[in-house]
Design a protein around this ligand. Structure first.
Ligand SMILES: Nc1ncnc2c1ncn2[C@@H]1O[C@H](COP(=O)(O)OP(=O)(O)O)[C@@H](O)[C@H]1O
Ligand SMILES: Cc1ncsc1CCOP(=O)(O)O
Ligand SMILES: [Mg+2]
Length: 262
């Protein structure tokens, strides 16, 4: 996939303004909604089991993020996911902090048993836990630093087991479909200085998945875009001696500016 294709998909987003349904977490929900808007799509956050099927029916993609498990949100995710599957709406899953508790592991297992996920996207530790390995992490942050080859092997195998595209983020992002693995070397380490960059990347993956049937391209385009914005935001923030607060605003600005329709 090349940068022109990402540009074409991003123009399509601007034209179609797809509605994306996110069942997100209480930490980063607002940032996810704003990054979706910055890309030119339209977010709807809805998590009550009494409405999720109705809401997802009107959307072009569904993003499930298990960052904060509240009330019956797991049930909502499965109801929404099944409905999305029945309507051919792509479902993206971010298994945030899955290593931290049995509850999260059980919920992810239940989601994967009941819903076909188009794209699973997590950091190294999260993907290793999903694969059944031990991992090093602190809360929602990965402290693993495995080789690209190792992460490629895991993502390829997990992709076969789940029939999903599997994206592993980190210094280098490794994104596997059943028959291809793509490596992304862009981004900036300052993306780790604020919480929510993984969630925002997943939200963008959801946006791209709403305008293409090529699931691998959607995953690559979403992560690439977030990372490119991270590079631009870093340069901008550095130019006036700013810190992580302004970096976050600059990150959203960078998505808004870079993909402004010409
Ligand atoms: N050292 C780094 N250099 C460049 N980009 C990075 C680096 N670490 C993470 N990223 C990027 O930051 C985003 C968040 O990644 P990561 O920290 O792995 O996810 P999460 O926030 O879910 O834990 C990804 O798009 C990833 O590519
Ligand atoms: C800190 C935190 N706690 C629960 S969800 C969350 C945000 C995680 O966001 P990300 O995976 O993008 O770092
Ligand atoms: Mg994350």
């Amino acid at each position: 996939m090349d940068i022109d294709t990402i540009g074409e998909l991003s123009n399509k987003i601007k034209q179609e303004k797809p509605l994306v349904h996110l069942i997100s977490n209480s930490v980063t929900s607002n940032d996810c909604a704003n990054i979706v808007l910055a890309m030119g799509a339209s977010p709807i956050m809805a998590m009550d089991s009494r409405e999720v099927e109705e809401v997802v029916s009107k959307a072009k993609a569904l993003v499930l993020n298990i960052g904060t498990i509240e009330k019956d949100v797991a049930r909502s995710m499965i109801l929404a996911g099944k409905k999305a599957n029945s309507l051919n709406i792509p479902v993206v899953l971010d298994p945030v902090g899955v290593g931290i508790s049995k509850l999260r592991q059980n919920i992810v297992r239940e989601i994967l048993e009941n819903v076909h996920i188009a794209i699973i996207k997590g950091n190294q530790a999260e993907i290793k836990i999903l694969y059944g390995l031990r991992a090093n992490f602190k809360g929602v942050d990965s402290e693993d630093n495995d080789s690209i080859e190792f992460m490629a092997e895991i993502s390829q195998d997990l992709s076969k087991k789940t029939n999903s595209v599997v994206a592993v983020t980190g210094k280098v992002d490794v994104i596997s479909s059943l028959d291809e693995t793509i490596y992304l070397y862009n981004g900036h380490e300052m993306l780790r200085s604020i919480t929510g960059t993984g969630c925002m990347g997943t939200a963008l993956v959801g946006v791209f998945s709403s305008v293409t049937d090529n699931v691998l391209n959607a995953a690559v385009a979403g992560i690439y875009s977030l990372n490119r914005a991270g590079e631009i935001a870093y340069e901008k923030t550095k130019s006036f001696g700013g810190g992580s607060g302004s970096f976050k605003a600059n990150l959203i600005d960078a998505v808004y500016k870079t993909y402004e329709k010409q």
